[in-house]
Design a protein around this ligand. Structure first.
Ligand SMILES: Nc1nc2c(ncn2[C@@H]2O[C@H](COP(=O)(O)OP(=O)(O)O)[C@@H](O)[C@H]2O)c(=O)[nH]1
Ligand SMILES: [Mg+2]
Length: 299
């Protein structure tokens, strides 16, 4: 039996969480069209007859503007420790920019001789043409070569494996998964057969609520939202929705409470039958920049 860990890294929004869920075969990490959705490392488990792969989904690497942003980057970078493979994701249809380059540099930096095996994955192939996908694979390979040469370790470029996939449709994902599992060492089963994630149930319910809110709010508001379960007395689960300013409350609540009501219905549909979900909106001023709040909330 092979077993081990793979970290998914990349700029915000390249499809890390979508790939994590696709590999696991069910939703363990929330996704959204807005950046910086993933705030904690989420581990999803792929159970296969030949082994067990633990997928480490991470926050996107970006230029931080707040204390929260700094911590998200640090969280993502720390995921390079103790993994057997790193999958660095870039998008098929956007030119490889400075942000992607930093991701590739960090990946090569972590994947020295004896370190994790580096995979470069071009995602969202469904959203562009085949020639564009081929061109992006080549651009990624050139970037890797120049980074490896600049580091004085040109031989590192030889270790890199390249794949093109669509995390949304699943195209190419089986081949990628096979290749990652093939790099894993012999090892123990880390998670029991029926476990697909290391995330506590409470954290997952709070994330499901946040996912529904992100689908309905715009601009800076997605960043300002933090959700947490404040009480769980089955069948009643209470989730607090924390925002930064009084003026953000009505947006989250919606006219006549419409937004919150829709969020409640859509979240409850994903929870076990018979559960009641209560949502409360609470203001925690400027929480993204207050390190004592970030400490308290586990960022
Ligand atoms: N067309 C297309 N969209 C994708 C694909 N993978 C992810 N997305 C979309 O890209 C956005 C960001 O995805 P997410 O997984 O949250 O990205 P993350 O920030 O890297 O975790 C979401 O709107 C996804 O639906 C893909 O393969 N094709
Ligand atoms: Mg994510």
């Amino acid at each position: 039996m092979r077993s081990g860990f793979v970290a998914l890294v990349g700029r915000p929004n390249v499809g890390k969480s979508t790939l994590c869920n696709r590999l696991v075969g069910e939703k363990v990490s929330i996704t959204a069209a807005s950046p910086n959705t993933t705030r904690h490392v989420v581990r999803g488990v792929v159970h296969r007859p030949d082994g067990q792969l633990v997928v480490v989904d991470t926050p996107g690497l970006h230029r931080p503007k707040t204390a929260l942003g700094l911590r998200l980057n640090a969280t993502a970078l720390s995921s390079f420790d103790d993994v057997d493979a790193v999958v660095a994701i870039v998008e098929a249809s956007n030119a490889i920019g400075p942000g992607d380059r930093r991701v590739l540099e960090a990946t090569l930096g972590a994947c020295g001789a004896g370190g994790p095996v580096p995979f470069i994955v071009v995602n969202k192939l469904d959203a562009t043409s085949r020639p564009a996908v081929a061109a992006q694979l080549l651009a990624a390979q050139r970037a890797i070569e120049s980074i490896a040469t600049a580091r004085g370790t040109p031989e590192l470029a030889e270790r890199v494996e390249y794949f093109a996939i669509s995390a949304s449709t699943g195209a190419g994902v089986d081949a990628l998964c096979d290749a990652i599992v093939a790099t894993l060492p012999e090892g123990p089963q880390w998670f029991p057969d029926d476990e697909v994630s290391d995330q506590p149930e409470e954290a997952f319910v709070a994330e499901l609520v946040r996912e529904q809110l992100l689908a309905r709010v715009r601009d800076e508001l997605p960043h300002a939202i933090h959700c947490r379960v404040s009480s769980w007395e089955w069948p009643v689960i209470t989730v607090d929705v924390l925002v930064e300013r009084e003026s953000q409350k009505p947006i989250v609540i919606g006219r006549h409470g419409d937004v919150l009501k829709e969020v409640g219905i859509a979240t409850r549909a994903q929870l076990p039958e018979g559960c009641f979900l209560e949502l409360r909106v609470v203001v925690e001023p400027r929480w993204q920049s207050r390190t004592e709040v970030l400490d308290r909330w586990g960022y």
